[in-house]
Design a protein around this ligand. Sequence first.
Ligand SMILES: [Zn+2]
Length: 466
Amino acid sequence: MDGTLIGNKHIVAISVNCIEGGRDCQSSKNLVPVGLFEFPKESCELYRKILPKPFLDSLSSVKYVRLKKKDIPVKLKLGGDFMNAVYVFGLAGVQSNFPCIFCTQHKSKLQEPDTTSYFDVQKEARTLEEQKLCLKKKDKNCKGYKCEPLFGDLFEFSDYIMDTLHMKLRVYDIFMTDILHYASRREKYGKEHDLEMEKKIDILNEHSKRLIGKRVFFAYDTKEQIIKLHGRFSGHLQDLLFQNFPYEKLLDGNAITDAKKLVYSFREILDLLKIDPLKRIKTLKAACVDFLQTFNAACLRNNVTPYLHIVGNHLFEFDEREDLGAFNMQGVEKGNDLLSRLYFSSTNVAKKPLYTMMQKLYRMLEMDLSPEERGEMLKFMNTQVYDIEDDDFVLLAEENVQTNDKLPVVENDYEVITSGSNDSSSDDEVIENESDEDAISSWFNLSNRKVLTANRFSSFKKNKKS
Ligand SMILES: [Zn+2]
């Protein structure tokens, strides 16, 4: 489950795969789309308003999959990024004193490695049971629970697997912000400082242009008095950008070695994740603990965000219990790029963009099928479960478009997503802006929400009965 920005529209795509099939099942070709939803913006409230109940119920009703005339019980797990978990589980997120999505560690202790667990209740793991109790008490900030989970009791907190792609992107974002923060320190006055900043910006722009082209650029933000990175880029390009990074020209003293150590330590984790656990020279746990300690000791800003806490506390736990590769969102991200291409190339964009996108996704799935499988699919289509749950498509009237403009629009200078892109905003920037609530409710009164789902799962229910 992943949200993506297409133009200035938030699209949440839900797809399924079978993780027992290994990492290949995660490729975009093998992901089966289940639903596409358009959101004015992502929030706990909107997730609950927009995802239709029959759709959620149909997901919860999947208990068996029929394979070669055998009914095989299935257990559903959910993969996604940090913010998706916040919305799905009904958490308060980064604003809370308990910002982690897996455990109830207090925000003042996020820097401590290997202290809490994502599944062990003895080590502060979150549970639906605890959530129920906390919500009953109506204590507003009780352990960061905000409202009931979207999927009811379908997914326990330990059934949520954080995807490593978003983790990688966000952690690199943190490095970049911290390095730029340090590089922007005012050590000289007036013109001299301005010249110093210009020099550093030139170095950064030249470095990024050489390694990744013109996808991103650096500029001085006079308001915040800091050098900022603009543009969006993928995890692969972030890897590249940190290669031969001009630390020496931007930083000084211990900051140079500290920044280098930090990037090296994180790279070590990423490399270990690619290796079979039995063949690793260093355990992932040791690398994760080292990483968080290196971060704490660095003389850059040492504000530990939930993502860093998750690396230092839960990442190695996931790795021990799950095949993280099967939950890597690379395939989902590719799917998102595909969606954005379909969206922008669609001839009836204004009419039924999500419907057209869904149709095309299914047609593409079909291309890889054998003639027999296609026959099966046709039979399946005739069961009419591939239908529109809520075909309340309403054309965007002009006044609605204007209302849309008032909504928090994330900078869309780079609206056409090309390859494996992701916005490079840091965790801090995704804090919900409560003052936008008015804009949201007015949007809702216009009832121009668009929802499309392929209610595929009904087929399993029907099969079950027959
Ligand atoms: Zn935690």
